[in-house]
Write a protein that binds this ligand. Sequence first.
Ligand SMILES: *[C@@H]1O[C@H](CO)[C@@H](O)[C@H](O)[C@H]1NC(C)=O
Ligand SMILES: *[C@@H]1O[C@H](CO)[C@@H](O)[C@H](O)[C@H]1NC(C)=O
Length: 457
Amino acid sequence: MGDNRLKARPRRQLRQVTLVLGVCLVLYCLFFLSNTPAKFGDESRTSQAKPSSRHPPSELLNNLSLGEDECDAAFPGLTKEIDDTVAEGPFRVKQTGDGGPVQGRIRDGQITIIHAQRKNDLSAEMVNSRTAALHQLHRAILTSPAPLPDTIFTLNFQDQPFGTAWTYSRAVDPAFRSKDANTRSFLMPHFSFWAWNLPFIGSMSRAAHAITSLEREYAGPGGWQRKIGKAVWRGTAWFNSVHSPRMRQKLMTTARGKPWADVETLAWTNTVSGRNASNALPIEDFCRYKYVVHTEGITYSGRFQFLQMCASVVLTPPLQWVQHTTHLVRPLFSSTLDLGPETEERARHRWVPSERIRRGWPVQYDPDQANIVFVAPDWSDLEQTVAWLEAHPKVAEGIARRQRDLFVGGGYFSPAAETCYWRALVRGWAKVAQIEGEGWEGKEGVTFEAFSLKNGE
Ligand SMILES: *[C@@H]1O[C@H](CO)[C@@H](O)[C@H](O)[C@H]1NC(C)=O
Ligand SMILES: *[C@@H]1O[C@H](CO)[C@@H](O)[C@H](O)[C@H]1NC(C)=O
């Protein structure tokens, strides 16, 4: 493709090989789909690692009761995070008391809660996340076509990972992880798969429906050009990571008021019905833009998976935190693009991914394979990257469509995949969690049903 000249030449051969493999895959899929429609159970688990380019039918994506083999066949690679953590080997499930994560037992399909913080000690957001996570687990157990193993679980519903628990995110960089041999981060699906009490979000399924109907307006020829050719962002400027302080303020100084950007800080309001922001965009309206800027917070950002449902190009500094499906992103690094003649200005904006970034993201993808763009961590080439994408609309559209195609079309954010994932999490955890000798015997707790009446919202 003459219009996207890369700096990194040695990858051209690789690209040709990938192209040939891609053609083979397409032929294989055509063959597979035309011969054996919807026979997902027949595919063995050997093709696990590679995400599929097939689109499971919507009845399947809404089916909460897929068996383990059906899950693996429909969503290849979905459980990679769990598999990797199980491979780290056994660990002890210690009692954390009533001041930390929620700890409970699963026995014969019944959840009981043994340790939990008092509701009054938690913020409304934390009650939202704890309530949602327990309901998600409960739903996945109720809809399981086969019994799940008994176990004792530790569920960390805070944003910050700590200790051994089910948790929302972990650091990408292996060097950043805990040195404690007993520490494990088992990633769990975000609470917004249940619901998120922000009026402009609602829940994954509400947003998924809204985004699907919005994206219909932009499907087909000329659709991409009708999207707004600017980079959009709304957020809270003071919310920053210790690893990249002032990241959001820098975004504001780089992009606010620029003709290629639509960025604003959120003006939060507290109302009786909860938090809202006067200049918030409903999350689906981000998909009206060709480019969507993503910023991590103190850790991961729960917005990310919503932006990933858009057929828009997500522009973000290299992600430092991963959620349960983040391993499926295929980053194009803006540092590999030819962003214009080498001027002094340009030289100042050139960036080279640091050692730490390359440890976390060892593979860089070509423009015609990527589904996300990583820009300079200090946003210094954001403007040039947007300009490059505007000058290469086919490439930009390809990146945007591959993202939606994988996460929505491939069903990785579907209700079916979510329940598949929770059940795999329970099975994976139970395989390596050691409970004996930690004083759990005789600890019965209260049933989830009773707990949720008292502690839910
Ligand atoms: C959901 O999948 C299960 C397992 O394959 C199947 O038995 C059931 O009939 C499906 N339900 C619906 C509503 O399609
Ligand atoms: C939230 O704020 C927006 C913008 O001011 C407004 O349109 C919307 O009705 C508000 N929603 C709620 C539930 O207060």
